[in-house]
Write a protein that binds this ligand. Structure first.
Ligand code: C2E
Ligand code: MG
Ligand code: MG
Ligand code: MG
Length: 292
């Protein structure tokens, strides 16, 4: 009896596995076609300097405009892209699209800030990643100062020597490096000393209750002060409430992003934001000189 039940369980298990496997293969196929059919889009979330309200960056966030299903969020498909290795080609598409958009905004006289691009672990650790980035910059005629790359601290636990070399190469090109979701991984303080980085992004999980819970407030304050003493820029993610922003300002955090200022915007909505800002700006003396 027990043996039979065991066999049945095994059957069920195999059926489940087969089902999962076909599902995975279908997903992989759909994603490959999505790339070919240009169904991916980048949305952009503004990053705002806390002191002055100046726009200092735009984080590019991928979306899949899936026919008949609307916009699909990255948490649904990034893991599949990573498991199947498709992330390498989709990641290149993202870099290229961000460069192209930056150049286009520049040509429209919109003075775009840096675009921050999320890089997955697998993509960052691939051999020759910095070469891929420099080739795309050249091919798109984009200045390296147009980009910032966001990586997570867990990536840095893998192959330290290789990571340091890649980071040095990328910064050598003129790109900035941000540590995304800071505080959620191993957060070895040693990383901050050993790895050449420019920005720490304070994770939303601490920010969301920094105005309510003492522990979260303490963690945010500590990370901000650490960043400041190491000469790193600190950017808080997921700011939704004025009280959170007040707290971050008091603690001396440099910049923030979140629904409070704006959710991620479509390219069109981002162009509108940039145009509105370009109109507000007082021409600098350089510009006035050009007219003389
Ligand atoms: P992330 O890089 O930490 O991005 C921040 C996420 O928080 C985004 O989710 C953003 O829409 C969301 N967010 C921003 N402000 C708020 C807020 O005030 N409240 C709340 N609740 N959420 C906020 P999204 O766009 O769904 O992206 C999720 C993750 O997917 C990203 O986390 C990033 O790790 C990954 N991702 C997105 N685009 C790319 C990409 O092009 N390549 C790679 N490799 N990963 C990407
Ligand atoms: Mg990010
Ligand atoms: Mg983040
Ligand atoms: Mg996050």
């Amino acid at each position: 009896q027990a043996k039979k039940a065991g066999r049945n369980n095994f059957r069920v298990f195999c059926d489940d596995m087969a089902h999962l496997l076909t599902e995975r293969l279908e997903q992989e196929n759909d994603l490959r076609e999505a790339l070919e059919n240009e169904e991916f889009e980048l949305f952009y979330q503004p990053q705002i300097l806390i002191d002055t309200g100046e726009l200092i960056g735009l984080e590019a966030l991928i979306r899949w405009r899936r026919p008949g299903q609307g916009l699909v969020l990255p948490s649904v498909f990034i893991p599949v892209l990573e498991e199947t290795g498709l992330i390498d080609s989709v990641g290149e598409w993202v870099l290229r699209a961000a460069c192209r958009q930056h150049v286009a905004w520049g040509e429209q006289g919109l003075n775009p800030p840096r675009i921050a691009v999320n890089i997955s672990g697998r993509q960052f650790l691939q051999a020759g990643f910095s070469g891929v980035v420099s080739r795309i910059l050249e091919e798109q005629r984009t200045l390296s100062a147009s980009l910032q790359l966001e990586i997570t601290e867990t990536i840095l636990t893998r192959d330290t020597v290789h990571c340091i070399e890649t980071l040095r190469n990328l910064r050598g090109l003129g790109l900035e490096i941000a540590l995304d979701d800071f505080g959620t991984g191993y957060s070895s303080l040693n990383y901050l000393k050993r790895f050449p980085i420019d920005v720490i992004k304070l994770d939303r999980s601490f920010v969301s209750e920094c105005h309510l819970k003492e522990e979260d407030a303490a963690i945010c304050a500590a990370i901000i002060s650490l960043g400041r003493s190491l000469g790193l820029k600190t950017v808080a993610e997921g700011v939704e409430e004025p009280a959170q922003l007040d707290f971050l300002r008091r603690e001396g955090c440099l910049a923030y992003q979140g629904y409070l200022f704006s959710p991620p915007r479509s390219p069109q909505e981002t162009t509108e934001l940039l145009s509105a800002r370009a109109c507000e700006e007082v021409p600098s003396f350089d510009v006035i000189d050009d007219f003389a």
